[in-house]
Design a protein around this ligand. Sequence first.
Ligand code: SAH
Length: 462
Amino acid sequence: MSKVVCGLADIKKNSDYIVEITGMNHEGQGVGRIDNFAVFVEGATTGELVEIKLIKVAKNYGVGKLLKILRPSPSRTSPFCSAYKRCGGCSLQHIDYKAQLEYKTDLVRETVRRIGKLEDVLVHDTIGMERALNYRNKAQYPVASVKGEVVIGFYAKRSHDVIPSDECGIQDKTSNRVREIVRDFIIKNGISVYDETKGEGLVRHLMTRKGFRTGEVMVVIVINGKGLPEKQKLVEALTSNIKEVKSIMLNINTKNTNVILGEKNIKIYGSDTITDYIGKFKFDISPLSFFQVNPVQTEVLYNKALEYAGLTGKETVFDLYCGIGTISLFLSEKAKKVYGVEVVEAAVLDARKNARLNGVTNVEFMVGEAEKVVPDIYSRGVTADVVVVDPPRKGCDASLLETLVNMRPERIVYVSCNPSTLARDLGYLAEKGYRAVEVQPVDMFPHTAHVESCVLITRDEK
Ligand code: SAH
């Protein structure tokens, strides 16, 4: 087997190399070079010298499997999950939290410069969590039979093999307890579990949701059938062991699909929804409703959006890609009127319900694509002083940005989950007289490579 020190190499698949890791890519993989050939190495971090096996050679890059760390980084730390190497959920557990936050800040800074071609934007340090563990309020565990044993765990990286896990460190602790109880119930009562390849067996997934502020817990058993035998025993086991359980639902999913939830829910205990708060606003959460998974950091991010919106009470605001209207509610207190636009009808129905629940009357929600709805209402004379956008990973549609530029709002607040498309859109807006002034990255998903950002963009000339 050849072992070649970086700098003198032929590029050969399945050969071993020693590589200096000089940076990290947007997926959190270490980046090194063999001569000028870039290689990505999962589990390696900046400043490390590592031995790798080159397992993939593509045209412009290669992928290395980490064999040995010859010189570890001072920020290297032991992952807190036993399943870390096999589970695909987190990718940064091998570096300490401070280094994770620095990585996210650097990623946003670099991307804004490189893709957006913007040199003078102030990118603040990423706001992290005080306690970056057990932060998720929603868990979805696949249920399977592995070598005759019932396993409720996680899909292994890039596969549908279900692996057991003692405890997931980023999930709320209650979900780990629920998992044990449900597994016990399935085994004791001989309930069948779903086999994906055959499309047979009853229990497919376990989902838990928790209101962090209220403590209320919802348990959802996703089944491939009409009902759950011995369901009273499950209700009894869950409610006697975990007093916070307020709702137990069956969700029916008989389709051969990767989509976890079906459309129909049957309540077997308690209420149909649980309640939680973000900031002062209250939300009813059902099995299917969208709700941010890290409510603590969501509040930080949305307060930043509100601050950047700079409202005085006189403004008309558009909240585009508004989901269930959380940002709209935050804005409503300080704005004259808020229009929310969202393409998923169910989310808009929830948004309207949430507004009613909170007694908010100056918001109006519309169903449709932002790039169609905004030109339409603008042509009918509705304009905004401030626009907030919170698009999915692909960013804003170019035609939407064009309409916004023509409408000439004073400021645009851009909430983004993808630095690359954010930088592209900021670049476009800069050419049209809308300058990105400051960027605040917020860590919504500690130990993963995801980073959210909130950007203040103002109109150059008055
Ligand atoms: N701000 C929201 C979350 C936004 S996530 C909240 O606080 O809950 C992005 C949202 O954009 C999703 O709800 C998605 O359904 C919606 N979306 C995707 N493409 C869209 C489009 N072209 N027009 C409007 N909404 C869109």
